[in-house]
Design a protein around this ligand. Structure first.
Ligand code: SF4
Length: 145
């Protein structure tokens, strides 16, 4: 299978705080599959580390008040272009991110409150018909068993 994953899940230090979300089960995918890693926030031109962001009334905004919507959406489009070219069978993304979150995201108040809804990259990939799952569901799924 060809699988696209959030780069931070593969251990790349692309998270806003300069760390990663290394996930051993995601790393196992590299053994038997062709894996493509993407970090839409870096691909949109944002630095690492960077100020964390949330989607506030539909606009991606950094915690310091700067509007970073254009960077987030540019990164999402670049991920979509890669997906269109590579045609992955499955896309596994990091939970709750304003880019990669599939089921939930923070509510835009920077208070830790979660709401239903996807990040901008996950949303774009889903809208374009790709099979996208949250890494938490991948744990419970039998997609690759
Ligand atoms: S944008 Fe996605 S891949 Fe990049 S650090 Fe955030 S969750 Fe990980």
């Amino acid at each position: 299978m060809k699988i696209m994953v959030s780069a931070c899940l593969a251990g790349e230090n692309c998270k806003y705080d300069g760390g990663n979300n290394r996930n051993e089960r995601v790393l196992q995918l590299f053994e038997d599959n062709e894996v493509i890693t993407v970090c839409p926030e870096q691909m949109g031109g944002l630095p690492t580390p960077r100020v964390p962001s949330e989607i506030c009334d539909g606009v991606v905004t950094a915690k310091d008040g700067r509007i970073v919507d254009a960077e987030f959406r540019s990164g999402a489009v670049k991920c979509l272009e890669i997906a269109m070219n590579e045609k992955p069978d499955l896309i596994v993304l990091q939970s709750r991110s304003p880019s990669c979150g599939v089921k939930q995201r923070y509510d835009g108040t920077f208070s830790g409150k979660l709401i239903k809804g996807a990040g901008v990259t996950a949303e774009l990939l889903i809208e374009n018909g790709f099979k996208v799952i949250d890494v938490e569901d991948y744990y419970e799924s039998d997609y690759l068993e």
